[in-house]
Structures are given as C-alpha cells and as structure tokens.
Design a protein around this ligand. Structure first.
Ligand code: TYD
Ligand code: MG
Length: 464
C-alpha cells in the first residue's frame, strides 16, 4: 500500500514543498503554507482504458459553426465570436469590478435561447434576483419578463452544484465564484489551492463530457494573481480579465488566453445604473473630458487588441518640497515612467531631478505598451515647461535610451483612428520599412527621429 504523506502547499501560488516554508520563494508571500495529507492513488489496478481511434484531420468537423451567439457584441468579440460548447472560461478581476454583473447580463441574454444555470456562492438568490431586476429592462426602463430558461442556485457545495446541473441540464453554467465552491470530501478551505484546483478540474470534466460551457468567476487578490487560481490559467480554455478603476466607470474585458479565438482582443464597457453597457466607440469617451490647450496633457494612440484607442495622458511636475522627489504613475508602468524621465533629463536636457512627477491615464485605463512613451514624455515636458501640447496632435512612439524615437506596431491603424477623430497632426517615429505606409487623408504625419525633435513639434511655442 502506498503511504500517506504530508506536503505543504502555498495558498497563494500553489507551490508545493516537503517542509513548512516561512516565505514562499515563488510568490514572495509570508506564512502561506498549509499542511495537506495526500493519499496516492493506487496504481494499475482498476484503471480502464477507453479505446479511441485516431481520426483523419479532414474528418474532424470545424469548430466555428458550433459557437453559440452572445448578443452582447463586445463580449462576443473577446470570446472569439461566441460561446464555445464544451469549454471552460475563467473571468478574473478585482472584487467589485463588475464580474458578477457582466456574467449575469450575459446569462440572461443567453437564457432566451438555451438553458442557463447561474450558481452563486457569493450572494443569495433574492439578492441576485434584485440585481437581475435592475439589469433586465426594456429600453424605456420598464421591467422585462425574465427568460424562462434561467435557473438560479445559491450553493457552495460542488456536489450539490453538480446535482443542480443534472436537474436543469443547462448549456451554460456560471460559477460565481470558484473561490467559494468546495468539495466536502476534500481537505483544505474553500478558496485554497487544493479546493480551487480540484473544483475546477471537476467542472472541466463536466464541460468536456457534457458539452457545457462553464464560466468561472475568480477574484484577483491585491498582488494581481488570481487567488490561488493563477493555477487555473493553464487548466481552462479561455482566460478573461475585467479591468478598470473601481472608482471610474470604464471597464476593459481582455482575453489573455483563448484556445478558441484571438487573444489581445478587448471589449470596452461602462458601468452604469443599468449594469455594464457596451462602449462601441471608446476613443470618444476617453477623450470626452479633455481640456484643450492646458499644459500637461497629451493624446496617445494605444492598441487594445486589434483596435486602436485614443487616450489622454496627463503629466504634472511640481518642485519637491523636501527630500527625495516622488514619481507617481497611475495607468502607466512605473518603470516606463522612470525611463522616460531619465531620457527627458539626460537626452532632452529637462532638469527634472528636483521635481515630483505624476503621470495619469485618464479613464482608468492601464497602458501596457511602450508606444505611449512619447505622449507620456510630452505630457511631462509640457507641464514642466508650462507649454501645452498642440491640441490637434496625437503622439505615437516608443522612447529609447539614447533619446531616439522607435517604431511601433500598427502605425497606420493608429494614425487612421486619429484622423477619424479629427486630429490634424500625428507625430510618429521615422518609418524605416521599405513599404511606406499609406496615410489617411486630412492628417499630417510628422516623422521624428528623436524625442527632442518630436517634442519640438509637439509643444506649442516650439515650432517657430
Ligand atoms: P459586481 O458585479 O458585484 O462586482 P464583482 O462580481 O466583480 O465583485 O459589481 C460591483 C459594483 O457594481 C457594485 O459596487 C455596484 C455596481 N453596480 C452598478 O454600478 N450598476 C449595476 O447595475 C450593478 C448591478 C452594479
Ligand atoms: Mg461578484
């Protein structure tokens, strides 16, 4: 008989160790290891092998036809066109960001066509009904009859959940959240690594065997990892993240992994009193509150997935009152801010060493690509020199350590988006590609070799 043994498992990242560990070498958290007793499966005996014949590639039906439509366009796009039967989707995001709201809306829409079971371990049935009433309305605000095929279960016991599935036979199952469900026969607290992983594996088996689409909601902890279920990312077919600033209305739904569609696709929503509403024209809203001709503001064009998006970046410099100057980055990477500041200091000659610097991306977006460097640099230089950035210009380009402006991807698409929104000038890196881009009508494209050159063109009072 194989012997039982005790292992220690980190409750944050799932790392396993033979001995208790104070600080986890993988995720850096303290005192997160919990002892677990493992009983190895008896090997060999009782195992059944199901014989399955390999099939010719051409005999395998294409997946595309199989998708179930989702009438929420932004959601469907991020999924890759619709809901894939027999798939497991993880929706991660900070608490309070709108995960339950979004999936409840999706579930209500889908339930018009096919049975849906929404299982919540977070809220009571009455609470969910109340929320559904708020979300499910006619255009004029009148209450709308609920779809008959929408089933609700407030439950945390996974066995009970599976019984519910047996009863309802849903096509789509939503589990809110994976951290609340648990298997009674298994050790470990709900939300812990063992429970989360085992529950997800059971739900995955359910999805694959019965052709269900299963959506798991997973909360992100303060470190930005899905609590425990960072482990789930490799196990599920699709990983979506809902991002945004809790205190601002806009939300981005991002696919970071998708076995059935493109990644890097992004859907934009606004949290309103009627739930998550689609924002089909995001650039418009992100520029809405802009104060034209004020120093410290520049427009970047960022690619969110395959879609260009105009965003305002703000910079503010202010003399450091005492001690170390502070650098504060909201919505931009803190290291990119430091890099841009260093280049502004050393290559452009701005004396920022005794300045506090703040950088902010308007609308709660988080920019991840270096293509926003130039706009970031311009916003800071603009504030420092108290000269506004030309109101009719967008700024695109990565800043290199030598003060050079480096090429970015999708330049044509970015410039086209800017032209569409009435911008007259695009300041971009010099295009080295042999095939010159075809710039759209109505916008002048200025190719700058260096950051200094670009700022000279961008800041009002510099052109003359
Ligand atoms: P929720 O979906 O509960 O977030 P999560 O499941 O990610 O924790 O939504 C959280 C917030 O959204 C909550 O503070 C209230 C707000 N909200 C709206 O603004 N409008 C609405 O129609 C709904 C349902 C919620
Ligand atoms: Mg929730």
């Amino acid at each position: 008989m194989p012997r039982e043994r005790t292992v220690y498992v980190c409750q944050v990242c799932g790392r396993r160790a033979a001995k208790p560990v104070g600080r986890c070498p993988q995720c850096g958290e303290w005192n997160t290891y919990v002892a677990q007793v493992e009983k190895p499966e008896p090997r060999g005996r009782g195992r059944r092998v199901v014989k399955r014949d390999p099939r010719r590639l051409q005999d395998i039906p294409p997946l595309e036809d199989a998708r179930w439509p989702v009438p929420i366009g932004e959601f469907a796009r991020v999924l890759g066109g619709g809901i894939m039967p027999a798939s497991l989707v993880l929706l991660g995001g900070d608490p309070g960001i709108g995960k339950s709201t979004l999936l409840l809306q999706m579930a209500l829409e889908v339930a018009r066509e096919r049975p849906v079971l929404y299982v919540s371990g977070e809220e009571s049935e009455a609470q969910i009904r109340l929320r559904a009433q708020r979300l499910w309305r006619e255009e004029d605000g009148a209450p709308r009859p609920f779809p008959e095929n929408f089933y609700l279960l407030s439950e945390t016991d996974l066995e009970a959940l599976l019984l519910g599935v047996e009863r309802v036979q849903p096509d789509v199952l939503i589990v809110d959240s994976i951290q609340t469900v648990y298997l009674p026969d298994l050790e470990g607290v709900p939300g812990g690594v063992t429970q989360v992983r085992e529950s997800a594996l059971r739900l995955q088996a359910l999805a694959k065997e019965q052709g269900l689409a299963v959506f798991l909601i997973g909360h992100v902890t303060k470190e930005g990892v899905l609590a425990g279920p960072k482990l789930l990312e490799h196990l599920v077919d699709t990983v979506l993240y809902l991002e945004g600033d809790r205190y601002q209305a806009y939300r981005l739904l991002r696919a970071v992994k998708n076995r059935f569609g493109p990644t890097a696709e992004v859907g934009v929503f606004e949290m309103t009193d009627r739930g998550m509403t689609e924002v089909p024209n995001p650039s418009e809203v992100f520029l809405a509150g802009r104060v034209v001709d004020a120093p410290g503001s520049a427009i970047a064009v960022t690619m969110e997935g395959t879609r260009p998006l105009l965003v305002e970046i703000q910079g503010l410099t202010s003399p450091t009152p005492f001690g170390q100057p502070r650098r504060t980055a909201i919505g931009v990477d803190a290291y990119r801010l430091l890099l841009v500041l260093a280049v502004l200091t050393r290559r452009v000659g701005l004396r920022l060493g005794d300045q506090d610097v703040f950088a902010n991306v308007v609308g709660g977006l988080r920019l991840q690509e270096p293509a926003a460097d130039l706009a970031l640099a311009a916003a800071i230089a603009s504030s420092f020199q108290d000269r506004p950035v030309r109101a009719d210009a967008v700024l695109i380009g990565e800043v290199g350590l030598s003060g050079e402006l480096r090429e970015v991807s999708h330049l044509e698409a970015r410039v086209r988006e800017a032209a569409q929104f009435g911008f007259r000038v695009a300041i971009v890196p010099r295009v080295l590609a042999r095939r010159k881009p075809r710039w759209p009508q109505g916008i002048q494209v200025l190719e700058a070799r260096t950051l200094r050159q670009a700022l000279h063109w961008a800041l009002v009072g510099g052109e003359g």
